[in-house]
Design a protein around this ligand. Structure first.
Ligand code: NAD
Ligand code: DAU
Length: 339
């Protein structure tokens, strides 16, 4: 079995490479990643010299490169994680989001039509559903919730989902889609809320909370997302969409206070800053379909997952220190300097 994992040098894709190599040692894993600012080859260090692992510095928007790799490797399964993934960056510069997330998906789907495939899996997001009101905790996103996007990022992800569904219907591609809530865990790039707060708190830097910190996210430990995708690609029904989430809703302020508490830092570090434009209020997933049809259950509750995550950042300082000492400094100054 040969599995293509696109975006495998990123946060979730990297964790998925680790997961698949551990669970299916006989699979050949080919990682396609063009190592944008968010990709880190060090995440793949343990496998880089394995005979059954191949890292290919490939841009998914390059049709010629993708086709060459399909011809060489003849993959059975493709899991597409490759994307521009940060909402704040999409507000600053939408274009690359449309190129990578939409056109890149189309190139992969065309290659599947041309060469044939057992399964194409699109890693999508709960953000395609827009947001839910804070005062209606009874409401959840189901697979029937209409697409209603807020940011250029989520619009590009929704467009990609529609393309996948069009290729299922028109060309008969055996494709599935998962829409997951916010992930956290090891190898998370420090532009995102949880790693940013851990790293800032460790050096007693201000913790920039957008608006009043009341927005709610539904946090899932990354390994639980990996196990959901594993079930979908092996047992899921082609053409179907599966929502993935573990009912771990927290306000941003609660998350930041939890991190501060575990690290024994002062809450005085918390600084309320200008809100994100178009900021989604609440995400909350109803995971009944994947639970009932595929028997998926998340294993890690937030209280345990956040402690494991903090321990990982404490034990792996060299992984993130290299990042924050590079181009990230300019990014941080631009996004937070005058906020
Ligand atoms: P990430 O930004 O950490 O990683 C993205 C990876 O894709 C990087 O390694 C980058 O180098 C690579 N990449 C970007 N453009 C590429 C291109 N043109 N060709 C090849 N590789 C390219 O992202 P993530 O947080 O790991 O998210 C992975 C996927 O999961 C995305 O599709 C995202 O929309 C989705 N998702 C993320 C979350 C979350 O909480 N992070 C939740 C639900 C869904
Ligand atoms: O829901 C799934 C989505 O989760 C994925 O599709 C995206 O790829 C992923 O980035 C994530 O999107 P969010 O916008 O929810 O994640 P982020 O970590 O950027 O922000 C989480 C919340 O924290 C959000 O309400 C904004 C807030 N925030 C974020 C940052 C970076 C702050 O208050 N301060 C910050 O500095």
């Amino acid at each position: 079995m040969t599995v293509f994992i696109t975006g495998g040098a990123g946060f979730i894709g990297g964790n998925f490479v680790h997961y698949i190599k551990r669970k299916y040692p006989s699979y050949r894993v080919v990682c396609l990643d063009c190592l944008t600012y968010a990709g880190n080859i060090k995440t793949l260090d343990p496998f880089i010299n394995d005979a059954d692992f191949h890292f290919s510095n490939t841009d998914i928007t390059s049709r010629a490169d993708v086709c060459r790799l399909f011809e060489e490797e003849r993959p059975d399964i493709i899991v597409n994680f490759a994307a521009e993934s940060h909402v704040d960056r999409s507000i600053e510069n939408p274009e690359i989001f449309l190129k990578t997330n939409i056109m890149g998906t189309q190139v992969l789907l065309d290659a599947c039509v041309k060469y044939g495939i057992k399964r194409y899996h699109q890693v999508s997001t709960d953000e395609v559903y827009g947001d839910l009101p804070l005062e209606r905790p009874d409401l959840f996103f189901t697979e029937q919730t209409p697409l209603h996007t807020s940011s250029p990022y989520s619009a590009s992800k929704a467009a990609a989902d529609l393309l996948v569904q069009a290729y299922v219907r028109t060309y008969g591609i055996p494709a599935t889609i998962s829409r997951c809530s916010n992930n956290y865990g090891p190898y998370h790039f420090p532009e995102k809320l949880i790693p940013l707060m851990i790293i800032n708190a460790l050096s007693d830097k201000a913790l920039p909370v957008y608006g009043e910190g009341k927005n709610v996210r539904d946090w899932l430990y990354v390994e639980d997302h990996c196990s959901a995708i594993d079930l979908i690609i092996h047992k899921g029904t082609p053409g179907e969409i599966y929502n993935v989430g573990g009912h771990n809703e927290r306000t941003n302020l609660e998350v930041v206070k939890t991190i501060v508490g575990i690290l024994g830092k002062s809450e005085d570090l918390i600084t309320f800053v200008k809100d994100r434009k178009g900021h989604d209020l609440r995400y909350a997933i109803d995971p009944s379909k994947i639970e009932n049809e595929l028997g998926w259950k998340p294993k890690t509750v937030f209280e345990d997952g956040i402690k494991k995550t903090i321990s990982w950042y404490l034990d792996n300082k060299e992984w993130w220190q290299e990042i924050i000492n590079g181009e990230y400094k300019n990014y941080y100054e631009k996004m937070y300097g005058n906020r």
